[in-house]
Design a binder for this molecule. Structure first.
Ligand SMILES: Nc1ncnc2c1ncn2[C@@H]1O[C@H](COP(=O)(O)OP(=O)(O)O)[C@@H](O)[C@H]1O
Ligand SMILES: [Mg+2]
Length: 324
């Protein structure tokens, strides 16, 4: 099997995380060029149409042709209608190897309720929560002590997530979250440190987990959109945890990654309350700039961003070769 050389990086997406994805795509293109790949790019506009990096609109047939001309596609796409398995399904139909998780893992990971149920089944604690579906409620909101967190079941970049101190604010927060997803999660507010773990499956099938990262912020504070993007977030590397907590984090992150059937790299986010882990969520296409959490964690292990993106392309290509 020869090495994959022609990589097509897709950025943008018809969702709220469009601009975050554009940032990831630009960074991935640059990193892959550094490691000697021939890199091209396409953008999915917010209206769902495709365009070249020069801003020229192309039709879907043309886009599919370009996908098929690539050795590997790198979907640097975050959020709804992309990372949730939709785009993986599209690429499966097109028949081209791609970086990252397939349909099932993407869909399960994007659903914060489903991923909670799976984590709990694996023996990993999660925040007490209630699901408000369109017409039904799973759990008893009256039993939930304030403060609470309200968030859309499927979202990202903290859009629609809010801390709620009283019942009046609860109704407002639910209405706000519903503008993003008709299904809404109400959770106990977990007072704890926020620690992320990256899990990568290499081309050999082996799992690589670099040191965890802590989000530097107060334990009562949310890692909200402003903290994420308005200024450079404060990441503490490596997170200072006891060997026992470190081992528990690695085990839990790996178990969730494998139970969902993830591929490529995923970021598994936890709260750590004393020595207790509480799973928060998993991202199957985490932020991909050199300053994002996952590349920073690998850098801590001596793996550069260029090497990380090259490893992702290699494992996608190896997987493609095994399945075709
Ligand atoms: N149950 C919770 N308790 C405390 N903080 C929470 C809780 N759920 C979410 N948060 C805070 O809100 C942020 C965004 O929520 P998250 O579930 O990670 O959604 P997103 O997919 O938008 O990142 C988290 O990083 C965390 O700071
Ligand atoms: Mg998050």
């Amino acid at each position: 099997m020869s090495a994959p050389t022609q990589v097509l990086v897709i950025g943008g997406g018809a969702n709220a995380e469009h601009f975050v994805s554009l940032g990831s795509a630009a960074a991935v293109r640059e990193a892959l060029s550094e490691s000697g790949h021939r890199v091209t790019g396409l953008t999915i506009r917010r209206d769902g149409e495709w365009e070249t990096l020069a801003g020229e609109q192309i039709g879907i047939a043309e886009a599919i042709g370009r996908l098929r001309d690539s050795d590997v596609v790198f979907p640097a796409l975050h959020g709804e209608s992309t990372e949730d398995g939709t785009f993986a399904g599209f690429l499966e139909c097109v028949g081209v190897p791609y970086v990252g998780s397939g349909v099932r893992a993407g869909a399960l990971a994007m659903d914060k309720w489903a991923s909670k149920l799976i984590a709990e089944h694996l023996g990993v604690a999660t925040a007490r929560g209630v699901l408000l579906d369109r017409d039904s409620i799973y759990g008893d909101p009256a039993q939930m002590p304030l403060p609470l967190v309200v968030k859309p079941v499927a979202s990202g970049s903290s859009y629609g997530a809010a801390r709620v101190e009283d019942n009046d604010a609860l109704a407002v927060a639910i209405a706000e979250a519903r503008t993003i997803d008709s299904r809404v999660l109400i959770e106990e507010f977990v007072v704890g440190r926020e620690i992320d773990v990256a899990v990568l499956r290499l081309a050999s099938g082996e799992i690589h987990i670099p040191p965890p990262l802590e989000i530097g912020k107060g334990t009562e504070e949310m890692f909200d959109t402003a903290l994420k993007y308005d200024a450079e977030p404060n990441f503490l590397l490596p997170a200072q945890v006891t060997p026992a907590v470190g081992e528990a984090l690695r085990r839990a992150a790996r178990a969730i990654y494998e139970a969902l059937g993830c591929e490529g790299v995923a970021r598994v986010d936890f709260f750590v309350r004393g020595t207790e882990l509480v799973f928060n969520e998993i991202n199957t296409m985490p932020g991909m700039t050199a300053h994002s959490q996952v590349p920073r964690m690998f850098a801590e292990d001596g793996v550069t961003f260029a090497q990380l993106t090259a490893m992702l392309v290699e494992s996608a290509y190896a997987r493609g070769a095994r399945t075709t």
